[in-house]
Ligand binder design. Structure first.
Ligand SMILES: N[C@@H](CCC(=O)N[C@@H](CS)C(=O)NCC(=O)O)C(=O)O
Length: 160
């Protein structure tokens, strides 16, 4: 994958920190401040950095979206010790990294916050909606259980 960058950009540094923590291999594409033609062509007109270009053609703009994209990637999730601990704790089978992401089944108690107003059916609908990033799913959950102002504040403090 390629990361389009200005070397001094704090937004780029944030994404590089996440990429490095995940142990992902990437090529830094230093963009010339005065010539962003390649970047604009790639993104369809967005000329800020960072921009992430995956080898499979996916292009993600904006550091926050890039971080969400990297952290919600199914293969990367399988690499997180905390994700493995949750699977162990729930007594479930480990996630098969080769399995098609779209066919993955949710695990755990989907009715865990039913008493706060979000039943297992509605929880299932939120987490099956693969158009949402993991943070957007959590925002929906927080909305339904009426925790959104506090949740948004915590997310903004964590991801900027
Ligand atoms: N919200 C964007 C902000 C990105 C941004 O402002 N990047 C600056 C570099 S630090 C940029 O590309 N500026 C374009 C310019 O100066 O013309 C993000 O988080 O990625």
């Amino acid at each position: 994958m390629k990361l389009y960058s200005f070397h001094y950009s704090p937004f780029v540094q944030k994404v590089r920190a996440v990429l490095d923590l995940l142990g992902r291999h990437y090529t830094v594409m230093e963009v010339a401040y005065g010539d962003r033609t390649e970047l604009a062509t790639l993104t369809g007109g967005y000329i800020h950095v960072p921009v992430l270009a995956e080898d499979d053609g996916r292009v993600v703009c904006d550091s926050r979206r890039i971080c969400e994209h990297l952290l919600s990637d199914a293969a990367a999730a399988g690499d997180w010790p905390i994700a493995r601990d949750v699977v162990d704790y729930l007594g479930e089978e480990p996630v098969d990294e080769d399995e098609d992401e779209e066919e993955g089944e949710p695990i755990g108690d989907l009715g865990i916050v039913a008493d706060l107003g979000l039943n297992d059916f509605d929880m299932g609908a939120i987490i099956d909606n693969l158009d949402l990033s993991s943070v957007e799913m959590l925002v929906e959950v927080a909305d339904k259980i009426k925790l959104n102002p506090q949740f948004r504040k915590a997310v903004e403090a964590a991801v900027g």
